[in-house]
Design a protein around this ligand. Structure first.
Ligand SMILES: [Fe+2]
Length: 443
């Protein structure tokens, strides 16, 4: 019996692993969609959100465009116009795209057709992963990994867009009635964790998957600093609200104050005062505000105003990443990360408790629960060049006017996150699970 070269065996093992990942991730998207009624699939209540049906189709379009068309001989597209309908923003595919604000105006294709589209793509992806040539495989593997992480990003958007849509409805319906709920209590006191800083390195290491925007890894200098051992809580943010934080322009950046005025903001998104008590909209419907939970659904502007009110500041992304590196090493858990993620099935931030979900090194809830706003603008790292071709549009062209968030949320997948992961959103946006932790300069 001929002995296969080790590299061929290794390649077969990687193909088998990736096919397993593909099936698991595809199935999870459909599992997240299961509680939806047909009417829920088409709704788009805000320009920044997309209908669930669109997400289900768009992630399939991604595999079709970047893998099946170029690499699977004889592949038949499911529908010739889907490349226009379900392209999000890629100019270089040459197909154009249906306007984002009008994604919710399409009753066709039906939900059933979109599921058939998904399964058509699944079947073809099985043939591609199994049968593509070894010469094509390195590029197929690279794009497949991007496609899987892309689908995980859209799983999070699916969850947050469903929440946005349901919160728009005066019935405040629950996406799921069976979600676990934490006991309402006061938060534990906040403590500070010091870091020496100095000349440090941030950015994705050369091994393992990372998006292009996480590199190149590079050196940067940090003055000594401290980070709060946990994110700011609802209870603390409530004090800011009660102290007139939303009425004092001295606390706000100019753009933030203009946004507060324009939107009539008086609290984080999804907070409602009912008969004198604060309640919040969750994926399990309305619940009493829990003071011990990390504050969530705040904009960069609100995070910054709170920090100003508290006499502190937000961490830079380099400070956050350096602290994460130190804590992961101290906890000896690298590369596994701990936290409350989508798999934990709370779909809501958990109360903050010292030692709970601790990475080691004294910082709790660094990963999961809420994305943490940083004080850093989303810019290219030194030496960054967007990759050539349409896939180069994935991250690079958004490096203007957005802010970086770190750490992932209760709607993120655990194996989607890394210490070097850079999420980015416009500073006024609140519908993701976004919170923050405080920082201080120590010298
Ligand atoms: Fe996308």
């Amino acid at each position: 019996m001929p002995v296969q070269p080790a590299s061929a065996n290794q390649e077969d093992a990687v193909r088998a692993d990736l096919w397993g990942d593909f099936r698991r991730i595809r199935a999870f998207t459909e599992q997240l969609s299961k509680p939806l009624a047909i009417e829920d699939y088409v709704l788009q209540t805000r320009i920044e959100t997309s209908p669930p049906k669109w997400h289900l189709a768009h992630v399939s379009w991604f595999y079709e465009t970047f893998l099946l068309r170029p690499f699977l001989p004889g592949y038949h597209v499911f529908h010739p116009r889907f490349e226009y309908l379900f392209n999000s923003y890629y100019e270089q595919t040459g197909t154009g795209f249906w306007p984002r604000p009008e994604r919710g105006l399409l009753s066709r294709p039906t939900v059933a057709e979109v599921y058939r589209y998904r399964h058509h793509v699944d079947e073809a992806m099985g043939r591609l992963i199994d049968g593509c040539s070894s010469s094509d495989w390195p590029l197929v593997e690279q794009r497949l990994r991007i496609g899987l992480h892309h689908e995980q990003q859209h799983q999070e958007l699916l969850v947050t867009d469903i929440k946005r849509n349901f919160a728009h409805n005066p019935l405040r319906p629950a996406y799921r009635e069976d979600l676990q709920q934490a006991a309402v209590r006061e938060p534990d006191p906040q403590h500070w964790v010091p870091f020496d800083g100095g000349l440090i390195e941030i950015g994705a290491p050369s091994q393992g998957f990372a998006y292009d925007n996480e590199g190149p890894r590079h050196r940067t200098f940090l003055a000594p600093y401290g980070l709060a051992d946990r994110p700011v809580t609802n209870g603390e943010f409530l004090q800011f609200v009660a102290d007139g934080g939303y009425r004092d322009p001295a606390l706000w950046l100019a753009d933030g104050w203009a946004t507060v005025q324009q939107g009539g903001w008086q609290s984080p998104l999804y907070w409602e005062q009912i008969d004198g008590d604060w309640q919040v909209m969750t994926l399990g419907g309305m619940r009493p505000l829990n003071p011990a939970e990390p504050v969530c659904h705040v904009s960069y502007f609100e995070a910054d105003a709170f920090a100003t009110w508290a006499g502190k500041r937000l961490p830079t992304e380099a400070e956050w990443e350096h602290a994460a590196q130190v804590c992961l090493q101290a906890g000896d858990r690298s590369p596994a990360i701990q936290g409350n993620f989508v798999e934990d099935d709370y779909l809501h931030p958990r109360p903050t408790a010292r030692g709970d979900a601790d990475q080691g090194g004294g910082l709790a809830q660094l990963f999961g629960d809420v994305w943490e706003w940083t004080a850093s603008a989303y810019l290219p790292y030194p030496g960054y060049r967007a990759p050539a071709g349409a896939l180069g549009e994935y991250n690079g062209k958004f490096m203007c006017n957005q802010m970086v968030l770190r750490g992932g949320s209760c709607a993120s997948s655990r194996d989607h996150l890394r210490a070097s992961y850079r999420n980015f959103f416009y500073p006024q946006e609140r519908w993701q699970f976004k919170g923050f932790r405080l920082a201080e300069t120590t010298r």
